[in-house]
Design a protein around this ligand. Structure first.
Ligand SMILES: [Zn+2]
Ligand SMILES: [Zn+2]
Length: 93
C-alpha cells in the first residue's frame, strides 16, 4: 500500500488519489490540470487521456520485488527520492 502520496514525475506537483472503474486499485492523478500524468502501483507512471492509457514511461523498479517506485520528494539540488509502494524501501537518485 502506498503510504505517502506520490509526486508527478514530470512537473513534481503533488498527486491526488483517484478511484476509477478502469483501475484495479487506487490511482494517483497529477494535481496540475494541464498534466495527464498518473501513477498506479502496478503500472507505474503513465499518461491517461480518458480513452485508455498510453505511453507508459519507465520508472525505477524496486530491486527486491520489481514494483514501480514512485517519486516521493525532490530536493533543492534535484535529488529525487523514490519509494517502493510494496516494501517501502527508498532510492536516492
Ligand atoms: Zn504532472
Ligand atoms: Zn519493494
Amino acid at each position: 500500500m502506498v503510504a505517502a502520496l506520490p509526486l508527478c514525475d514530470v512537473d513534481f506537483m503533488p498527486t491526488v488519489a483517484t478511484v476509477a472503474d478502469s483501475y484495479p486499485a487506487t490511482a494517483f492523478t497529477c494535481s496540475n490540470q494541464n498534466c495527464s500524468r498518473h501513477y498506479h502501483q502496478a503500472a507505474g507512471y503513465f499518461d491517461y487521456e480518458g480513452s485508455g492509457q498510453a505511453g507508459v514511461i519507465t520508472h525505477l523498479l524496486c530491486e527486491a520485488d520489481a514494483y514501480p517506485m514512485f517519486l516521493e520528494a525532490v530536493g533543492r539540488t534535484g535529488m529525487k527520492l523514490w519509494i517502493c509502494p510494496h516494501c517501502g524501501c527508498g532510492i536516492m537518485e
